[in-house]
Design a protein around this ligand. Sequence first.
Ligand code: D5M
Ligand code: FE
Ligand code: ZN
Length: 530
Amino acid sequence: MPLETPSRIVQELASQGYNAEREAVTLIAGASDPDAVLEATVDRTPGDALRVTADTVREVLEADPTSRGRNGNNNPSVSTGNTTGFSTDDGGSSPVETKGSSDRESGPSKRGSSKRGSSKRGSSKRDSSKRSVEVTGDITGRSTGTGSYEDFVAVFRDRFEKLSKKLRNRVNHRPAETVSAMSGGTDVEIIGLVNEIRSTSGGHWIVELEDTTGTVPCLVMNDRDIVELVDDLLLDECIAVSGTLSDDGEIVFVDAIHFPDVPRSYRPSTADRHVQAALISDVHVGSQEFAADAWHRFTDWLHSEEAASVEYLLIAGDMVEGVGVYPNQDEELSIVDIYDQYERFAEYLKEVPGDMEIVMIPGNHDAVRLAEPQPGFDDDLREIMSAHDARIYGNPASVSIEGVTVLMYHGVSLDELIAELPEEKASYEEPHRAMYQLLKKRHIAPQYGGHMRLAPEEEDYLVIEEIPDVFHTGHVHKLGWGKYHNVLAVNSGCWQEQTGFQKSVNIDPDYGYAPILDLDTLELTVRKFV
Ligand code: D5M
Ligand code: FE
Ligand code: ZN
């Protein structure tokens, strides 16, 4: 098979046991006889080296100048994929016209002269010294839960502690036991976890709040505007109410409902230089529907000059299709062994330029415990996926990339929100709106039960303690993005075409898209590779 594209070159090198610098691949692809240059490069690469370097390719090219250029120039034939530009603010989920790079260059930006414009193809080697990735809130290696009843009590107590702190500066709250002892007619404010939501015979709502001292029934009258907010409530989320105690002191008449929320004035942080991250998820290698061609086009594009500033790749779970995740899933597997699936995923990952920084977390199809928070992959799986020295964290994980805090979460709770909340607040067509609700509730998975399994731990790792600058999820296989109180929410689609199950329930997945995030401006451009 001719080696005309970067992904083929990378596959060939991978089959011989090598990872490669992006520039090395570009140089080989641009040679007049890529096969010969690849062979000579491998010969020249020390046997114990893991990575083929651009310097080695240059030595080969210098030794035989006739092999240097193809078609009179140095441009390899690279498939760049279609660009589909999106605006970050409109939150639309359908492609619009691309803004184009010149347009983007003129936008507000901290960057200096364009790296892209000033560098020739083949000289795009990234300066990894400027990179930084730090993780907080990762459960990996810290799970202490034993699954006992006490752990469940502890996790909810911690949820209450953490989230009530965020509400305390907005309300002057009283503990439930104090409220029960107060006389009728008093104004009160209470913070609690939603214990029960029930309607009364008169069509009003009773929301029972629980704190560490007891429970208080709170009545929301159906003729008040705030009754709409009852539709948004989920069990176990933490809220505050303001109201007045009834004459008999038994119930609170609610005037206002408060959520922990992200302040509207929140100002996100940005990187100090022009650098980009590709945000993807749900690769599903091992499924018959894995979109291999789209993946190759994507990785080819990553090798192109156009992608020179894409230095990070974030993968938010479901690397592989897994085994036994859903009933009858085995009928649609192309690889039936889970380890073989990861081996294959590792091969596909090797197509990604070797000098990119990869961050990944598991999803519900991956071979880690299903209950959230999920720890990162175990040593065996890390070994299989070791080529890029990827950073592997738990689900969820909060990752600071050159100062931009990205909250990565696979997204299983989105199914729950979409099932529970009104269509305009959360739907498969606009998954980012469901993400807004999570930001508002400051919790990754407020309602326990249904789809979402919670691992009882001493702490509630699913509270969104720190406000992220970017919230990145996947799982629902639909593309959607938008800003909520200046936080960019992105659901990144998938790399798997429609499965039998999805067909039966009319889910039309958005596959083969890669949202590209400018870390210096938090602008998003979505690229399409199908
Ligand atoms: O799930 C992708 C999306 O499809 C997510 O919204 C769940 C839904 N899904 C997929 N297969 C099933 C079955 N068999 N039952 C229920 N829901 C399903 P992912 O888990 O990422 O493949
Ligand atoms: Fe998935
Ligand atoms: Zn999933």
